[in-house]
Design a protein around this ligand. Structure first.
Ligand code: NAP
Ligand code: F7E
Length: 383
């Protein structure tokens, strides 16, 4: 009998990678998908199986973390061995605009799942993974951050996730449930949502190289993040649920980088040098040099002449609309516990990650090149 997993947030970045990972391990994977007015399964379409097939290993259910009746019914029907609760309103900046919804989905949503498992008398059978976050450390009280570092959340998102973290610990202690938190630091990939900083940058750099976009506007360039690859991080989620004892784990690379340096590295990946000057809202980055052989190899000789003409021009500017009311300035994780107990190690370096994302976005933007200049401004509106 194959194991049965339920993934909430299966249409998101992590849900897609985790579904693929578990299917390869022989699991039957069930996913909860919100109803939307358009298809939103692009990240998992390669795993799709016709509902008329027998012995499917991917089955989707309509549902929502704000609907406890729906969650209880689905969990009761599936009787999962493992639940990975990845669904969330996951954008920190947007959580300042939608604080009540964020609290409901990211905070109470966790309680709804734990309570459903308890009421359905599945506490012995079902193991639960809660997608906790390095945002809990917020105004950091210690560098690097580990499992014992005190939390200091700095956004409605992080405050909602704080509730999710502690209600998971509480159900573990009160009812003996196998419920664990993965305190995951930022992880990215070609599947990352377009409005998170790394993907915004790799998309923009690709479009600038191809002449579709002139310039990109960013927020705080000085904050630092410990970025890993989502593929490495979903492996950690799985390992956490395979342990005999439930526990909470920091998952991080142990290297932190500014947004500014991430941008510099993304341009370098395709042979362009971006030179930063100025400060605060007046900071800009100009194109200072082109490494022609790298550019030709990664982008194509057809685009060389037009990028050469742009040397000295501004490619990056700052727009305060992307600043957050309260910022998380520095995240740097210490994953010693995961390395020791789970034998987990990241396989991707930051440069590997940037290479993967740039390769994918250059390919994608070449396809999207029918988009007229200015189209990007509409797409960028919510970034
Ligand atoms: P993501 O790409 O934004 O995906 C979020 C998923 O949650 C999507 O499938 C989304 O569905 C779904 N969702 C949102 N609200 C929902 C609701 N009310 N009911 C049901 N589903 C809902 O996020 P991710 O990067 O994969 O992250 C996965 C989880 O890890 C999230 O909980 C996030 O907060 C947490 N986390 C992420 C990171 C990171 O760096 N990526 C780090 C630490 C923790 P739609 O497709 O319909 O929008
Ligand atoms: O911002 C700065 C921004 O939106 C990173 C989520 O997955 O990871 C993610 O949250 C940093 C911040 O991710 C822009 O101010 C500058 O300092 O990519 P982000 P996040 O807020 O760290 C954690 C671990 C999660 O749990 C969350 O779910 O980049 N920044 N300029 C910008 N950020 C964005 N989005 N856009 C900019 O233009």
């Amino acid at each position: 009998m194959s194991k049965v997993a339920l993934i909430t947030g299966i249409t998101g970045q992590d849900g897609a990678y985790l579904a693929e990972y578990l299917i390869k391990k022989g699991y039957q994977v069930h996913g909860i998908k919100r109803r939307s007015s358009m298809f939103n399964t692009e990240r998992i379409d390669h795993l799709y199986q016709d509902p008329h097939e027998v012995n499917r290993n991917l089955i989707l259910h309509y549902g929502d973390l704000t609907d406890s009746l729906n969650l209880t019914r689905i969990i009761g029907e599936i009787q999962p061995d493992e639940i990975y609760n990845l669904a969330a309103m996951s954008h920190v900046k947007v959580s300042f605009d939608t604080p009540e919804y964020t609290a409901n989905a990211d905070g109470l949503g966790v309680l709804r799942i734990l309570e459903a498992v308890r009421l359905l008398k599945l506490t012995e059978k079902t193991r639960i993974y809660q997608a906790s976050t390095s945002e809990l450390y917020g105004l950091v009280q210690e560098v690097p951050q580990k499992e014992t570092t005190p939390f200091y959340p700095r956004s409605p998102y992080a405050v909602a996730k704080l509730y999710g973290y502690w209600i998971t610990v509480n159900y573990r202690e009160a009812y003996g449930m196998h419920a664990s938190n993965g305190i995951l630091f930022n992880h990215e990939s070609p599947l990352r949502g377009e409005t998170f900083v790394t993907r915004k940058v790799t998309r923009a750099v690709a479009r600038i190289a191809l002449g579709i976009q002139q310039k990109v506007y960013m927020g705080n360039l000085s904050s630092k993040r410990d970025w890993g690859h989502a593929k490495d991080y979903v492996r950690a989620m799985y390992l956490i649920l395979q342990q005999d004892e439930p526990s909470d784990y920091v998952i991080a690379t142990g290297i932190t980088t500014t947004i500014r340096d991430f941008i510099r590295l993304a341009f370098q990946e395709i042979g362009l040098e971006a030179e930063f000057k100025g400060e605060g809202v007046d900071e800009i980055a100009c194109l200072s040099a082109v490494n022609e052989s790298v550019f030709n190899q990664k982008i194509g000789e057809a685009y060389l002449e037009s990028i050469r003409k742009r040397i000295g021009e501004t490619l990056v500017g700052v727009d305060p609309q992307y600043f957050r009311p309260t910022e998380v300035d520095l995240l740097l994780g210490d994953a010693t516990k995961a390395r020791t107990i789970l034998s987990w190690e990241p396989r991707y370096s930051l440069l590997d990650l940037i290479q993967d994302m740039m390769l994918s976005d250059v390919k994608l933007m070449k396809k999207e090149s029918y988009l007229k200049k200015g189209g990007y401004q509409i797409l960028n509106y919510f970034e």
